[in-house]
Design a protein around this ligand. Structure first.
Ligand code: NAP
Length: 284
């Protein structure tokens, strides 16, 4: 089974569009996301445009701010503080990576936790770790939403997460292992010995390492569920994931493609989080 993130994300956007159009009169206005892009990184410009288009599709307004790469750290943090105080803004997205010279985490932590729709502030990472309510990081939450839409339960399953970043690996490992999801999780990284043997034990593999086609068929137990988070350029110049899709797909019981898998789900989760932040403010 191919887990179609593109179609699922479109269905989520349609649900949100309906919800927002139904509730915006009661709330007084539509949800509004502030999008900050610092510098002119071409890939980031594409990502930001995709997110703005997705917002428009769901009936979410955006306020876009393009700042020069030379913006000093203190100025960027003060800019974010201004958006925190702006009652017209429900969510703040700071596009990463930041240009060289800017330290990302203090800027992320400058975002009010209630407007942190990327779920990356220390406060929301802490809430994720504690499994208490709060805005969750988009990629991990998007993975769980996709599994949920396809009726794939992780309860009682052995999950192996490749990668331990704050963005993906660490929070998805925590979320899969939390009460309610109840998977038994192994989180791996570049120092994990005999990764292939660890992966072969897995009922579910989440690959988030950023290495083209790293997970090969000999690392996969037949029937495993494969979630490929990686976005890479292969040697052939083609976009590919962290999984050798051609050879792994026939072994897996379910697999996400790249592109069209977790990428669109990450964006739809940003919209879900923005709507949640708006809803909490206006609708309780
Ligand atoms: P990251 O911050 O670079 O982290 C990579 C992680 O992979 C690190 O924990 C690293 O281990 C581990 N790793 C690297 N090589 C490894 C190896 N050979 N064996 C085992 N572990 C290894 O990357 P990230 O931000 O998590 O992103 C990972 C990938 O997902 C990238 O391709 C990125 O583009 C993609 N991504 C996609 C989406 C989406 O929407 N689809 C969203 C976010 C990220 P150490 O900690 O030991 O260094």
């Amino acid at each position: 089974m191919i887990l179609d993130g593109k179609a699922t994300a479109a269905a989520i956007r349609a649900d949100l569009r309906q919800y927002v159009s139904r509730e915006k009169e009661r709330a007084g206005r539509a949800p509004r996301l502030a999008v900050i892009l610092v510098g002119e990184d071409p890939a980031s410009q594409v990502y930001v445009r995709n997110k703005e288009n997705a917002c428009a599709d769901a009936g979410i307004d955006t306020a876009s701010y393009r700042l020069p790469a030379s913006t000093p750290q203190a100025e960027l943090e003060a800019f974010i503080a201004g958006l925190n105080a702006d009652p017209e803004i429900d969510g703040i997205l700071l596009q990463l990576p930041l240009p060289e010279g800017l330290d990302a985490q203090p800027c992320i932590d400058a975002i009010s936790p209630e407007k942190d729709v990327d779920g990356l502030t220390a406060v929301n990472q802490g809430r994720t770790a504690m499994n208490v309510p709060g805005l969750r990081p988009c990629t991990p939450a998007g993975i769980l939403a996709l599994l949920d839409r396809y009726g794939i339960s992780v309860s009682g399953k052995k999950a192996v997460v490749l990668g331990r970043s704050i963005l993906v690996g660490r929070p998805i490992a925590l979320m899969l292992g939390a009460k309610g999801y109840d998977a038994t999780v192994t989180m791996c990284h570049s120092r994990t010995p005999d990764l292939a043997a660890v992966c072969r034990e897995a009922d579910i593999i989440i690959a988030a390492i950023g290495k083209p086609r790293f997970v090969t068929a000999d690392m996969v137990k037949p029937g495993a569920v494969i979630i490929d988070v990686g976005i890479n350029r292969g040697e052939d110049g083609k976009l590919c994931g962290d999984v050798d899709y051609e050879n792994v797909a026939s072994l897996a019981s379910a697999i996400t493609p790249v592109p069209g898998g977790i990428g669109p789900m990450t964006i739809s989760q940003l919209l879900v989080n923005t709507t949640e932040a708006w809803k909490k403010k206006f609708l309780g």
